[in-house]
Design a protein around this ligand. Structure first.
Ligand SMILES: Cc1cc2nc3c(=O)[nH]c(=O)nc-3n(C[C@H](O)[C@H](O)[C@H](O)COP(=O)(O)OP(=O)(O)OC[C@H]3O[C@@H](n4cnc5c(N)ncnc54)[C@H](O)[C@@H]3O)c2cc1C
Length: 542
């Protein structure tokens, strides 16, 4: 097969236009084209008056060699790659080693657990949170009654941070082994819509994510894996080795119980602060890492659709419009849009008492009234939170507490209209754009809960974004804060064998350890680390 990418056709093109376009692009006679299948569909909306659909296809032609020769210099015409996933190891039948343990049932832990189970290693998966349906109730309790459960919320529990999300499934990590394809295929097998396999910007939405993680749990259990909920790892059992490196021998749980194991995948996510503090006390090598801080900004989705698609706004092949914005400011700060959620809502994503945190989610339909996005500024340890690996956590906690206070100390979030913000005055009421954050938004002054350099950068960037996307800086657009959990504030250092630099048998993985940003890249990292642990177990270096 030949993989043909970048084939453009107008919106509403008839089906028969596709083979004709393929023949014209590849210089084929109609009889030389045997068939084609869809690999990817995106859109090019740079010219609103002539929006095009952009296709990647696998094409079956009579003389493949001749076509590939003819287009040897054309990067859009290539042999179809082999994207099949191949296991790197299998547990030997007689294998009776200690079971590997995965800490965290988020995308990283889920895929590490799945791959280990599919390889026959019968993993134990621990999570401090609850099974997804109970967790959903606890999360709604915060959103509806301002009752936070520090162990069961948007950050903690089955499915991890990504469960209450837009479920966007794309990332920029290099993926020469097409592990991302394995992830998407497993998601479809677990009930995700199959358009995630060919949409350029696939997303699943929250309710579907819930049933999917349940289905994947059943598969892992059928393969001999085991889940243990409300099991929080509070300490490590370590044994010093001759070479000075320590060897992990077990895990200590919050009730003092011990699980013996020599291989642990640490997939605890970016909000596992007490665990990071414990690991730091235990001398696990780690370093502070850059992340970003800001707010969530909301506009009516119709404004964004019109700004992006003009008269084609609402076209079924385009769906709710997304955007991506970035601006480098005079104060040498970069403001950019983060985790944009079309047709979604802003959610309370706190996991610690007395703190307020925002994030965004949407359903598969993306049919809610507002569009929302993180509007954030990149920060880094040397410049903004010097003081060691845990300094970023202290920085986050400080501003989350300020937001809690500015919101009225009730998990309501502080909010401000763009008009008041740009005019430098506190909001006393909100305008025509109704904020979606629950339990509620308190009109106030966001400069009370963000560093001054962030406020200055926003004041410069918003009018710039307003020129790029009509109405982006509309006075009634509303900002809700604070967005602090954009990625992990630290990295737990690992070697080429994916093990901690100084603790053998500990495999730092996913977003929390600083090796992923988002559902897909976390899942891909989970596969890689599970493979490394499997190879070590098979070779039984321990
Ligand atoms: C509201 C929201 C919306 C998002 N939307 C998107 C999106 O649309 N697309 C996207 O790509 N990304 C999105 N993200 C980011 C994405 O969710 C994360 O990047 C991803 O979940 C990271 O996966 P992970 O498995 O590394 O960690 P997590 O998903 O954070 O999972 C970590 C798990 O570890 C558990 N844990 C922590 N400490 C312990 C302990 N000591 N003992 C036992 N268990 C522990 C936690 O309970 C948690 O379940 C969103 C995040 C949030 C919060």
């Amino acid at each position: 097969m030949i993989r043909l990418s970048g084939l453009k056709l107008p919106l509403d093109h008839p089906a028969e236009a596709m083979p004709a376009a393929i023949c014209q692009r590849l210089g084929l006679e109609p009889h030389e084209l045997r068939g084609h299948s869809l690999v990817r569909r995106g859109n090019d909306a740079r010219r609103k008056a002539a929006i095009q659909l952009v296709y990647t296809l696998d094409v079956d032609v009579v003389d493949e060699v001749a076509v590939l020769d003819r287009f040897a210099a054309d990067h859009e015409v290539r042999p179809t790659p082999d994207t099949a996933y191949r296991f790197v190891a299998h547990a030997p039948d007689a294998w009776r080693g200690k079971r590997p343990v995965v800490i965290g049932a988020g995308p990283c832990g889920l895929f590490a657990g799945l791959i280990l189970a599919q390889m026959g290693f019968r993993p134990i998966i621990l999570d401090r949170g609850k099974v997804v349906r109970e967790r959903t109730r606890d999360t709604w309790a915060l959103w509806r009654r301002a009752e936070l459960n520090p162990d069961s919320n948007v950050q903690f529990g089955e499915g991890g941070a990504g469960t209450f999300s837009d479920g966007k499934l794309y990332c920029r990590v290099k993926d020469p082994r097409f592990l991302g394809r394995k992830v998407l295929e497993e998601f479809v097998a677990a009930g995700a819509p199959d358009d995630i396999l060919w949409e350029a910007h696939p997303h699943i939405g929250t309710f579907r994510l819930v049933t999917m993680v349940e289905s994947m749990r059943r598969q892992i259990e059928q393969l001999g894996g085991e889940y243990r909920w409300q099991h929080r790892v509070d300490d490590l059992v370590l044994e010093r080795q001759g070479d000075g490196r320590q060897q992990l021998r077990g895990l200590v749980l919050q009730d003092g119980g011990v699980i013996e194991t020599d291989h642990v995948i640490l997939a605890v996510g970016h909000s596992a602060r007490p665990t990071f503090e414990m690991l730091h006390d235990r001398g696990v090598h780690m370093e502070a890492k850059p992340f970003s801080i800001g707010v969530r900004i909301e506009h009516p989705q119709s404004w964004i659709d019109r700004a992006r698609y003009g008269t084609c706004a609402g076209h079924p092949d385009l769906g709710a419009a997304a955007y991506s914005l970035a601006h480098h400011c005079a104060n040498d700060r970069t403001v950019y849009s983060f985790c944009m959620c079309p047709g979604g809502r802003v959610v309370a994503a706190a996991s610690e008492e007395g703190r307020v945190v925002t994030n965004g989610m949407s359903q598969y339909s993306r049919a809610e009234f507002n569009a929302n996005s993180g509007l954030v500024v990149a920060i880094d340890p040397a410049r903004d939170y010097p003081g060691g690996p845990l300094a970023g956590i202290a920085f986050q906690r400080h501003w989350e507490t300020q937001a809690y206070l500015a919101g009225g100390s009730s998990y309501w979030a502080p909010g401000q209209t763009v008009g008041d913000f740009l005019a430098g005055r506190p909001s006393t009421s909100l305008g025509s754009v109704e904020p979606s954050y629950q339990p509620g938004v308190t009109p106030t002054d966001l400069s009370r809960c963000l560093p001054p350099f962030v406020i200055d950068a926003f004041r410069e960037a918003l009018p710039v974004f307003g020129r790029q996307l009509a109405n982006y800086d509309h006075p009634d657009a509303v900002m809700t804060g604070v967005e602090t959990r954009t990625s992990s504030p630290l990295r737990i250092t690992r070697g080429k064998d994916f093990q901690s630099l100084n603790i053998a048998g500990l495999y730092p993985a996913g977003e929390g350890a600083g090796y992923a940003g988002g559902i897909l890249s976390a899942a891909i990292d989970g596969i890689k680390v599970a493979e490394a642990a499997a190879l070590a177990m098979v070779n039984d270096k321990v």
